[in-house]
Design a protein around this ligand. Sequence first.
Ligand SMILES: [Zn+2]
Length: 246
Amino acid sequence: MTFKPDSPTVKNVAPSPNHDARDARIDILLLHYTGMQTAEEALGRLIDPEAKVSAHYLVYDDGRIDQLVPEARRAWHAGVSSWKGATDINARSIGIEIANPGHEYGYRDFPDAQIDAVIALCRDILARRTIRRERVLGHSDVAPARKNDPGERFPWARLAAAGVGLWLEPAPIVGGRTLSANDRGGEVEQLQKQLARFGYDMKITRFYDDNTRSVVTAFQRHFRPARVDGLADPSTVETLRRLLTR
Ligand SMILES: [Zn+2]
């Protein structure tokens, strides 16, 4: 069933049947890449009743924007996810899919026209909704063990310069004490506590387990994208510290 778009940046409405009622206030803006070979293929899936997935918006390479689900409805894009202890991220978020083949099919830089459109759409949403800037997130932030999107090529710094999302210049990459797989003890515990405080779903085990590596990797994709290796090097730890104490 067609509907009137929520944003003047929308070019076309392509209604998806994949949504239901919200039972929470919108306070997260969640960004994705489509991770499919073409945007047309992604659209087909996002409106397919069998696929049971959707997003509110789809932004094409050339900057065209389709709206698939009204913002008032709960779209199905986050899956099993968590942020700051909340787990029904779909109920409280607006989801934007950004066309890019992703890590599986040839991850590439996002074209300027596409990012300009993402910025315009996000600015419009943020002008209408109360969403704190640290709650403009990537899918990998809320589902670090399962998801890589929108990934380390996504220009979070450009968005922040336009008033969208939180970004601090990452601490420089230097040598030094680095925590990695199978490390144990107080330093690992402190890292885990800081990641949990920031919002990630992080169990405090004092052990640099798979979950810790996934969360550090997700943090790097978003906040220290120059090197994404899942190792808690001094730059990663210092960037996290600065974000927590800004
Ligand atoms: Zn996603």
